[in-house]
Design a protein around this ligand. Sequence first.
Ligand SMILES: [Zn+2]
Length: 345
Amino acid sequence: MQRFEAALNHETPDYVPISLFGGIFEVHFVPGMDVVRYGTSGANMAKAHIAFYETIGGDNIYCLSDMGLIVQGWGVRMKLPTEPDIHMALGKFPVKEPGDWEKLEVLDPRVDGRMRLYLDACKICHDKYGDRVPIGVSLPSPITTTTHVCSMEEVMVHMMMEPDALKKGLVTITQTVADFINECVANGAYFAGYLTTRASKEITTVEQYREFGAPSDEEVFKKTPGMVHIPHICGVEPMFEVVEDYKKKFKNVKAISWWDRGAKPNLKEAKAKYGKSLCLMAGIDHTNTLATGTPAEIDAEIKDACMTGMQGSGLILAPGCEVSPKTPWDNMKAAISAARKYGKY
Ligand SMILES: [Zn+2]
């Protein structure tokens, strides 16, 4: 926790922390576990994350599920995976017309949807590790959530044609997301991988995001003072300027997580422009090096990331998004040992 916290606050840790974004990769660390059992029981989820943490290591535990936890509460049915190692997918969307947005009601994270999953998983992990290990939850922002109750296409149309209807839905979703986050904190979560994945310029314009995404993000940050937020944007042109504004306005926004090896800006550019204000969570290419490279290539990538980004603190080594379940264990282990080899302050 000290290592992770120091990096987030631009203080000097002993080593650059590393966070491996395991997700369903971690399912394999428990014999007999599968994605559905992992995704429907907090006890199973905790078992997988704890087994991964004990076997591979890293500097946090990161609860990560499919995108249905919240929106199942609004009637989204899940599609069971047809093959192993993929998440459950979202089924039919309840919001089809503009008038459907105001039919959504604020959910109770303790009973509605599948939000209980994180609450139970966080509690089990926190009971085991206390505050020694930062426990994170990966959850979608309100505007990201709109695209889980309605198709992305329709949401984009409503932004242009039916902004007031969409904003009504956002009010309900924002309250639900904030309540969910606060329940996670009450059960031991320390940080949120706050999935504001629509804040990428190939999806929305900065103006659109500032009108539809940012107000609800800011409302969430305001309502969840006990959570450390790490906005995660895994598109190709993440809006750093928006996240930097969040950081200026809210003490509980600390970092940004993005795919620095494939997106603009890369780590070097981000360090130069934003590295003094935002902690940067990046450095590992989950799509290439980690998934299909060799341990030696990962070693070289981590070395490069440390040389580029560790000076003056404010770096957490991490992949750009959830790692592939097919990633070799040896590569994950190589990432951890390289972080200890090159990340010493
Ligand atoms: Zn992502």
